[in-house]
Design a binder for this molecule. Structure first.
Ligand code: GLN
Length: 491
């Protein structure tokens, strides 16, 4: 393997900026790595070789012309297939969008291009970002580089696996209930869900619009912060985008890396350290808490009783929004069309297309959501869930009056074997037990590797108040400075 694929984004950018290596060389090294390992890992749904090399060449030309390059210029990035990429296939892991080449770029993708990053391709995901293992992709599962017989998390398992397999130093994910943080945790990588509205949803294929949040994935905290800085910030094309400056997450990551947390108050969520998590996960978490305390943090336990209702509330709100959002896939406007033989009615073609194009989990969500919103049931299900959402937000607000950030294990369990949780949907939903409250509240959350359990990575989650994304980076970087980064056994 070329050394270039082992480097951090920060190191690569410095080499490109100084001219010691070219963006084209860096890109070739990663494309070679993908060619060597992705048959086993299956992190990518599409590798854009020509587009990547052209983008790299453009960076090299700008440098040669004496232009000052941005902090991530020339660094390869893998993009979850949930974001529209102009002229490059975008499937959302679904058959229903097979063959669709969007005529435009998502705002995040446009910002990545403007920053001079090099998009390698699109990564595998659970269909429409519904899942926790990438097994619900219509294109086959992604394998965890730590153990190829295990899942890499989901829905953004492709992005996380690409990082852990050294196929890309940076990746983009989207987090509706945990899809950035949970894959981060089970692959030993860093995944950050920004404040809702802190990153643009324009061009993100919608699952649950009040929860969907694109964000950065990386192998270390500083790289994630640098990527965060590039993609975040107000976008007039997204009506829920926050018109405020982005918190200085890069400065916060650097401050955290000094390993000093004096004066920082952290709250362990009582409800998440009880019976919910595996013993190995709890052991790694407890050791990390000791490390945080040694660095000067003041750690207390804080009870957030309504967090226990987050999972059921989420599984009403997210499917409700999805049942509305996915109505647009009708066989007319995008991708797949089935049964259009000139004799069938429009309704029949729509129905046949949706029957063939959506997988079982997506259909389950559409049915649950349609039921929850139906007349006579609306108040009992959707209405109640919205009330629970308000109570969860109140628990967060009350907690943040006492502490600067909350912490917990990111996931209750480490990477499980492929096939172990597909028989019972509820078993799969449990993977997001600890990540979902943050989405319902709208604040930022990050997962940072904190140790191993039986040779598999464990993540620690830091949750901060809305628009205080910098705080979570500080704590995560401090922990990283104490425990280090984690490398999977060689592929
Ligand atoms: N696993 C959760 C779900 O299936 C969260 C997915 C996500 O964050 N996109 O809904």
């Amino acid at each position: 393997m070329s050394d270039l694929t082992r480097m951090t984004a920060t190191e690569i950018a410095a080499l490109v900026a100084s001219g010691e290596t070219s963006a084209v060389e860096v890109t070739r090294a990663h494309l070679d790595r993908i060619a060597a390992v992705d048959e086993q890992v299956h992190a990518f749904l599409h590798v854009d070789t020509d587009g990547a090399l052209a983008a790299a060449r453009a960076v090299d030309e700008r440098r040669a012309a004496g232009e000052v390059l941005g902090p991530l210029a020339g660094v390869p990035v893998a993009v979850k297939d949930v974001l529209a990429t102009r002229g490059v296939p975008t499937t959302v892991g679904s058959k229903i969008l097979e063959g669709w080449r969007p005529p435009y770029d998502a705002t995040i993708v446009q910002r990545l291009r403007e920053a001079g990053t090099v998009m390698l391709g699109k990564t595998n995901m659970d269909e429409f970002a519904m899942g926790s293992s990438t097994e619900y992709s219509a294109y086959g599962p992604t394998h965890n580089p730590w153990d190829l017989s295990r899942i890499p998390g989901g829905s953004g398992g492709g992005s996380a696996a690409a990082l852990a397999a050294y196929e890309a130093p940076l990746a983009i994910g989207s987090d509706t209930g945990g899809s950035i943080r949970q894959p981060g945790a089970v692959t030993g990588t860093v995944g950050a869900k920004p404040t809702y509205g802190g990153t643009s949803r324009y061009g993100l294929v919608a699952f649950s619009s009040s929860l969907d949040t694109p964000g950065p994935c990386a192998r270390n905290v500083l790289d994630a912060a640098l990527l965060h800085q590039v993609i975040a910030g107000h976008d007039p094309r997204d009506s829920t985008s926050i018109p405020q400056p982005v918190p200085d997450v890069v400065a916060a990551a650097k401050l955290g890396a000094t390993g000093d947390l004096t004066g920082v108050r952290l709250g362990i969520v009582t409800e998440f350290v009880g019976e919910g998590a595996e013993p190995g996960v709890m052991a790694a978490f407890r050791e990390s808490v000791d490390a945080l305390t040694k660095m000067g943090a003041e750690v207390v336990e804080i009870s957030c009783p309504t967090f226990a209702y987050a999972l059921p509330a989420y599984y009403l709100i997210a499917p409700s929004e999805c049942s509305s959002n996915l109505a647009r896939f009708d066989g007319v406007r995008f991708g797949l069309r089935v049964g259009d033989d000139g004799n069938r009615s429009l309704e029949e073609v729509m129905s046949l297309t949706r029957e063939a194009g959506f997988g079982p989990e997506v259909k389950r969500r559409i049915m649950v959501g349609t039921y929850a919103l139906s007349s006579g049931y609306y108040d009992a299900y959707y209405g109640q869930a919205q009330k629970v959402r308000t109570l969860i937000t109140r628990d967060f607000t009350a907690a943040f009056e006492r502490v600067d950030a909350l912490i917990s294990p990111t996931t209750p369990f480490t990477a499980f074997p492929i096939g172990a949780r597909t028989a019972d949907p509820y078993q799969m939903y449990l993977a997001d037990l600890f990540t979902i409250p943050t989405n319902l509240y709208g604040g930022p959350g990050i997962s940072v590797p904190c140790g191993l359990s039986e040779g598999l990575p464990v993540g620690l989650q830091v949750m901060a108040p809305t628009m205080a994304d910098d705080r979570m980076y500080r704590v995560a970087a401090a922990l990283e400075s104490a425990v280090g980064t984690f490398t999977p056994p060689a592929l």
